[in-house]
Design a protein around this ligand. Structure first.
Ligand SMILES: [Zn+2]
Length: 270
């Protein structure tokens, strides 16, 4: 392969070279060189079964499907976390510029690279599976969602587990979710609809009642009107699948219901 300003390089093909217009040469934290071709994964044909799925970015899990399935982005294993802590202690003790130090740093990078690979692999498989099974895929518009659901918790559920979720966990969730959505938009091109997330977490998917009190906890939804109980993220995913929110495309803010979500009001008052 001829790389401008570098010359000819030898490379091992990890997969057949796709027809790509551009590529990027990078070196990851583990010191591995990569040649990445900019290719959009080919669209997967719709199954033609008329099925719709709603996907909610979970608080309790990574993502919940309206079918009731819960998806978990793989994080580091307990063993990996242990060796990471051990290596970080080693790194802290090692003298600057020493061999020990660079060895420890490389080992940490290798661990993290393996973790990232696993997450990417998960997003590829999960997105392919969903694109194959459903004709229409609906999820919430992330830009709107980020405004309505902060990491600090919602008003009715203020900051429980904040410390626990902060940092590592949240990063894993976010990166896994982002990649999954990106791949879905590519693989199910033209079959993805993004909706406004208003009320999806407070609305009962069985009877339609909207009440913040129905969101019993981060994981449990129990309708104050009809008693319907469900995993909170799955309940939200069902609302998303049913399209019970203003579609992001059509919604312009003026068409919102009068009784806005309470924390939305709080946000705009800040
Ligand atoms: Zn209900």
């Amino acid at each position: 392969m001829l790389i401008p300003k570098v010359g000819w390089i030898r490379l091992r093909l990890s997969r057949p070279v796709p027809a790509a217009k551009s590529y990027r040469v990078t070196r990851d934290r583990a010191g591995r060189w990569h040649v990445a071709f900019a290719v959009v994964p080919p669209a997967i044909p719709a199954p033609g079964n008329g099925q719709t799925v709603g996907i909610d970015r979970g608080v309790a899990v990574s993502a919940a499907l309206s079918t009731g399935e819960l998806l978990h982005v793989p994080g580091p294993t307990a063993r990996e976390q242990m060796s990471l802590r051990r290596l970080e202690r080693k790194l802290a003790r090692a003298k600057r510029g020493s061999n020990r130090r660079s060895r420890a740093r490389r080992a940490i990078a290798r661990l993290k690279a393996r973790e990232t690979d696993r997450r990417k692999d998960w997003a590829e498989k999960a997105s392919t599976g969903i694109a194959r099974r459903f004709d229409l895929i609906m999820f919430e518009d992330l830009h709107i969602k980020n405004m309505t659901r902060s990491a600090k918790g919602t008003q009715q559920n203020p900051g429980r587990n904040v410390g626990q979720k902060a940092g590592l966990n949240r990063g894993i969730l976010r990166s896994g979710w982002g990649l999954l959505m990106r791949r879905l938009e590519q693989k199910a091109s033209g079959r993805v609809e993004k909706i406004n997330p208003a009320f999806t977490s407070q609305r009962c998917s069985a009877c339609g009642q909207v009440d913040p009190k129905s969101r019993e906890s981060q994981a449990v939804f129990r309708c104050t009107a009809c008693g319907y109980a469900c995993h909170a993220d799955v309940n939200a995913a069902k609302n998303i699948a049913a399209g019970h929110a203003v579609t992001a495309r059509g919604g312009d803010g003026n068409t919102r219901p009068v009784n806005r979500e309470p924390h939305l009001v709080l946000q705009s008052a800040q």
